[in-house]
Design a protein around this ligand. Structure first.
Ligand code: GLU
Length: 483
């Protein structure tokens, strides 16, 4: 059986950062479109002017580009069903609002914000669900005409039926239904002339010929309203797939207070786009062979909605860290160097990359780590007598260092393996406590207790710098014991 081309869309609101949830949903949208020879559309839902943030839309495109999420139609790419930005479609919404008013599926509401507030307070007090009390639903034609003529501000509301059940077959959740009694006469057109989300989304999904609507679970309770609009217009509704809600570790809805949810800040922090995509692909979806590491191309081919779970997946950045490391180490040396470039500080000695990279490769979690992990090599380090003598007295530590310095001074070769033999011999000969001795040298050379393998580090630093740092450490210890 051949599947008809699926048209999907992502409908982000430009209200701030480009959210990981947007990229996540888009991957699934794109997969459905690609698998069936359909299209994936990016539509900007900017009708909530109070939440509009200048520049937010551009961030979305930038984030998509960085991740390699390709789309077919949108503001920048154009397409047959534009404009793809809701604020440029106001005349279209007006036309359809008029249609609903004429057919009696919608009505003008002139209630003032003060009246609505009072109404809600009273409902709250009475323990009722806050909802519009349909005060304006039965105004006569004449009354409406008069109010309109006198320029009274108004909204347009959906006339919900009094009773009945409205349901659909959700591609992820199966049959879902709501009693219309519990659905409010929602606003379709606001007093500023802008449509609400509910109205614009239905008109646009229809006009843009969207066949499958993937969206967050938080929209489920809005779907009856949307279905009613489809009915009112006599339009065929799309297939709905309500994706599970991504959660913080404490199971609350993924939020920027508890997690970093900005796509571009993962770029800033040195994550690879392919690792981030792989990580988010596994939020709520699983690979048919239970694989953890797979490419975006593979995902696009094998994704199927029936492998999406209903329960909200946890956004576990520890897993992302692990994946990023795997992806970093899978890159060719040449490619890795290229990817590291934007993260290298100005004083990084690029000509020594061949020596430094192997030292830290195993410990890179993000590309940005390169700076911190290699800084001891090209910047002055900070050491104190206190840290150097943490596991021994300053006197003993100073003596150990002076033995080490004389042995090293005589040594010509600076190969890691030979340095290792030499230092180990010294340690055995004097019966230095291994962990303390090696740690002290490590601190003296790098200022840190956790570093790349000691002898490789020494070799990379070279004879001159190694001796200089050991002597400085010895000097610190000698001054410490005299006080
Ligand atoms: N603009 C809505 C949002 O930001 C889109 C919801 C939908 O996909 O229908 O989540």
């Amino acid at each position: 059986m051949t599947q008809n081309p699926i048209r999907t869309r992502i409908a982000p609101s430009p209200t701030g950062i480009a959210h990981v949830g947007t990229a996540w949903m888009s991957m699934f949208d794109l997969a459905l479109a690609r698998q069936t020879g359909g299209q994936f559309v990016v539509r900007i839902e900017d009708t909530d002017r109070t939440r509009f943030v200048e520049g937010a839309e551009e961030k979305i495109y930038e984030a998509f580009e960085w991740l390699g999420i390709d789309y077919d139609e949108g503001v920048q790419k154009g397409g047959p069903y534009g404009p793809y930005k809701q604020s440029e479609r106001l005349n279209i919404y007006r036309e359809y609002i008029d249609q609903l008013l004429t057919t009696g599926h919608a009505y003008h509401c002139f209630c003032t914000p003060e009246r609505l507030t009072k109404m809600r307070e009273a409902q709250k007090k009475a323990g009722e669900l806050p909802r519009y009390d349909r005060h304006c639903r039965n105004l006569t034609k004449e009354e409406v005409g008069q109010m309109l003529n006198s320029g009274t501000p108004y909204v347009v509301r959906l006339k919900m039926p009094d009773e009945g059940v409205i349901g659909w077959e959700d591609a992820i959740r199966g049959h879902v239904e709501f009693d219309v009694k519990n659905v409010d006469d929602g606003v379709l057109l606001k007093s500023d002339g802008f449509p609400t989300y509910h109205f614009a989304v239905v008109v646009d999904d229809h006009l843009m010929k969207i066949t499958h609507v993937l969206r967050g679970e938080e929209w489920i309770s809005s779907t009856p309203k949307h279905l009613l609009l489809y009915q009112a217009f006599k339009w065929q509704p799309p297939v709905f797939a309500h994706m599970p809600l991504i959660r913080n570790a404490d199971k609350s809805k993924l939020s920027k207070r508890k997690n970093d949810v900005s796509i571009l800040s993962y770029r800033e922090k040195g994550y690879l786009p392919e690792a981030l995509l792989n990580f988010i692909a596994l939020l709520g979806w699983s690979h048919p062979n239970r694989e953890e590491i797979f490419s975006f191309d593979e995902f696009l081919k094998i994704m199927s909605l029936d492998r999406i779970q209903k329960t909200g997946p946890v956004f576990d950045t520890k897993k992302l860290d692990w994946m990023n490391g795997v992806y970093i180490r899978n890159l060719s040396r040449q490619e890795l160097v290229k990817r590291l470039e934007p993260y290298l500080p100005a004083d990084f000695p690029r000509e020594r990359m061949d020596i430094l990279l192997p030292l830290v490769l195993e410990r890179l979690v993000t590309l940005k780590d390169i700076e911190e992990l290699t800084a001891f090599f090209y910047r002055p380090i900070e050491v104190t007598a206190q840290v150097l003598s943490r596991k021994n007295t300053p006197e003993v530590a100073a003596t150990q260092l002076s033995e080490t310095i004389s042995a090293l001074e005589k040594n010509q070769s600076w190969q890691a393996s030979e340095l290792e033999v030499l230092i180990r011999q010294l340690q055995e000969k004097h019966e230095y406590k291994k962990s303390q001795y090696f740690m002290m040298i490590r601190v003296a050379l790098t200022g840190k207790e956790a570093t790349p393998p000691l002898f490789d580090t020494m070799s990379a630093l070279g004879k001159e710098l190694t001796l200089e740092r050991l002597k400085h450490a010895q000097h610190l210890l000698s001054s410490a014991k005299t006080v």
